[in-house]
Design a protein around this ligand. Structure first.
Ligand SMILES: Nc1ncnc2c1ncn2[C@@H]1O[C@H](COP(=O)(O)OP(=O)(O)OP(=O)(O)O)[C@@H](O)[C@H]1O
Ligand SMILES: [Mg+2]
Length: 629
């Protein structure tokens, strides 16, 4: 019967290719699959054979006994025959149980490898991919798409196999028993299938509507859960309830319609199969009376005819589920086939030792000195000390290839310098930091790190040498200690605490219910915005990198704490290159160089005093801010 799985309107684009690929995953478990196939054959074969046995049982054992004296009759062969039949059915039942159990392992193993590939590939996708795909979309690959695949894998495959075997075997045996009756059955079956098709297409349309209504309702609920605070702030509860009632009603109507059609099908087919049975029995009876057929054949034939139409409707139903599952699998494979972040970098970061004459040599232990290991085409290796010099030369960049977000930006940050980026919202400050750590790549040579073209540096190593406090802080589920340690996984507890002190986070952490062992959940929902930023700064501090990038890291922190952090960081910043982005200009006052960005262009640069003296944009921003406070 068409159920909710019936055609949801999502057809795979390339059935064969996707099927082969899914089978590729299933075939990882070759031996289990061979066993499954064997047991499917046994179980379908047993049920067909059991039915066929009716003929010899009736013809050879019951017929001869008719009208004889029960006392004189020999029942032994008859009982033996019954025992054999029972044995065959038992074997069939055991095999069915066996293959269903095994298929659970096969399907879960398959889904496990698919999920594994999907997740691993997701880690390799460029940031750009996440910019252009919503999280919900990506999540549904793991949830609904994997689920439809689970259904077809755990039941569909075996059901398709066993139905095919049953149909073929039944058809052959029916032909053997009576070609004439078989023809009759086939004709009636065609009529039934036409009806199934008609009702099925009606219900498919309605199932699509139901599917869309479910999607709308779910989307609405999800959005309202996330936006609960905004809803309450603007007192929209009532409006939201009314709107949901409307969406809910639509869903009710759509499901009612869809299921009405689907449920009509059952009784129609049920009744038709009785009619078919009656006609077959009547015609068969006439054939027996006319002496064209024996009693055993007709009994067994009738039994076959009942079990013939069932696998056919089952197959058509499974076929739709298969298409839906393949469409889901195709979407999963699309993500897996998405090109991974390319990294042609070959310059790596290594621990180094410095000899008295200033020569750097590579070593395995952590020395506190880092060097870029740079292999050259002629086979030689050079080591350059990591100092944290960042240089932009005429950098122009666009996210979408149309609108330039950065235009001819040049800057030089020497080791130990604090560079401040200021400018109005959307000016391109975060974009500059996105380029430094290669979230996005630009054509060769324009950005140099310690004199090396950053495109030549391996992304992992490049990012290891920079610590970033991102504009939107993210905390993971785990303890405070673990969250800070995310900056450098081998940091000791003491180092973590020292970093927290530096970030001025120590005091509030100690006031948490379990101090450093307090669990954070839901992206640190149990912390204030400012506290989350302090943890993010501590995380960057523990990484102890030569370059530090703070993007609005102190925007939610009170000015007094900020001043304390700055004092603590001064120690940390020594000998490091620091990029600070801040809207609060008091933060950037002591920077060595301040770059003022507007619409992606550097419009002013200089120290605080120079810029104030220029009386340009910076002066406006600065004095404007003073007017505000
Ligand atoms: N992932 C992205 N895809 C496309 N355009 C983007 C993307 N991120 C930012 N932009 C655009 O680039 C411009 C600069 O954004 P950027 O985030 O660098 O601004 P910002 O100076 O950091 O602003 P704010 O002070 O608000 O953080 C904006 O006009 C923005 O619309
Ligand atoms: Mg920004």
């Amino acid at each position: 019967m068409p159920g909710p799985r019936m055609n949801t309107g999502r057809k795979p684009k390339n059935v064969k290719k996707t099927l082969v690929r899914v089978l590729g995953y299933v075939l990882h478990q070759k031996w289990k699959l061979v066993l499954v196939l064997l047991m499917v054959l046994i179980s379908s074969g047993a049920s067909v054979a059991g039915t066929y046995f009716l003929k010899p049982v009736i013809n050879n054992f019951i017929e001869p006994l008719r009208g004889t004296n029960p006392q004189a009759a020999d029942f032994v062969p008859f009982i033996t025959m019954l025992a054999v039949m029972a044995g065959i059915y038992l074997l069939g039942a055991l095999s069915s149980y066996g293959y269903m159990r095994l298929m659970i392992y096969v399907s879960n193993g398959t889904l496990n490898s698919i999920r594994h590939d999907l997740f691993n590939h997701m880690q390799d996708l460029p940031i750009q991919y996440f910019d252009t795909h919503t999280h919900g979309e990506l999540m549904s690959r793991y949830t609904s798409d994997v689920d439809t695949l689970r259904e077809i894998l755990s039941q569909g495959f075996t059901s398709l196999m066993s139905c095919s075997v049953t149909i073929i075997a039944t058809f052959v045996l029916m032909l053997v028993l009576s070609p004439l009756l078989t023809l009759l059955i086939v004709c009636m079956l065609v009529v039934m299938l036409l009806i199934v098709k008609y009702v099925g297409s009606k219900s498919a349309v309605n199932f699509q509507k139901q599917q869309r209504a479910i999607g709308r309702a779910n989307g609405y609920i999800e959005e309202m859960i996330e936006g609960q605070k905004v809803v309450k702030v603007f007192c929209h509860e009532e409006a939201v309830t009314t709107e949901f009632a409307h969406i809910n009603e639509e869903l009710r109507l759509a499901s009612t319609r869809a299921n009405t059609f689907a449920n009509i099908m059952m009784p129609i087919l049920g009744n038709l199969s009785y009619v078919q049975y009656a006609i077959t029995a009547a015609v068969g009876g006439m054939l027996v009376i006319a002496g064209r057929m024996d009693l055993g054949s007709i009994a067994s034939f009738l039994q076959f005819s009942r079990s013939f139409s069932q696998p056919i409707t089952q197959i058509s139903q499974q076929f739709n589920a298969l298409l839906a599952a393949l469409a889901g699998a195709e979407r999963i494979f699309e993500v897996i086939d998405e090109p991974a972040e390319v990294d042609n970098g070959y310059v790596t970061l290594v621990n180094a030792k410095e000899s008295p004459d200033g020569m750097l040599t590579e070593c395995a232990e952590r020395t506190g000195i880092w060097a870029w290991k740079h292999p050259h085409e002629d086979g030689t290796l050079t080591y350059t000390r990591l100092t944290g010099e960042v240089c932009f030369e005429d950098v122009t960049f666009s996210y979408d290839g149309k609108k330039d977000v950065l235009k001819n930006v040049s800057l030089l940050a020497r080791p130990g310098e604090k560079i401040a980026l200021v400018g109005s919202t959307g000016a391109g400050k975060t974009t500059i930091t996105n380029l430094i750590n290669r979230f996005y790549d630009i054509p060769d040579g324009k950005i140099r790190y310690d004199g090396i073209n950053i495109n030549k540096i391996q992304k992992d190593d490049l990012r290891r040498s920079l610590a970033m406090v991102l504009q939107d802080t993210h905390l993971f589920t785990g303890t405070v200690m673990e969250n800070i340690r995310y900056g450098r996984l081998d940091a000791t507890d003491e180092e973590v605490i020292a970093a927290a002190k530096l970030a001025n986070a120590d005091a509030f952490i100690r006031h948490l219910p379990h101090g450093y062992d307090t669990m954070l959940s839901g992206d640190g929902a149990n912390l204030s915005q400012g506290q989350r930023q302090l943890l993010a700064i501590a995380r960057a501090a523990v990484a102890d990198p030569p370059v530090l990038i703070l993007d609005e890291a102190t925007s939610s922190i009170d000015t007094r704490t900020e001043a304390l952090i700055e004092k603590g960081m001064d120690g940390l910043m020594e000998g490091r290159t620091v990029f600070v982005i801040a809207h609060r200009l008091s933060t950037v006052r002591n920077a060595n160089a301040i770059l003022v960005l507007e619409h992606g262009e550097v419009i002013e640069r200089g120290s605080h005093d120079e810029l104030i003296a220029q009386r340009g944009k910076y002066y406006q921003l600065y004095t404007g801010q003073f007017e505000l406070s």
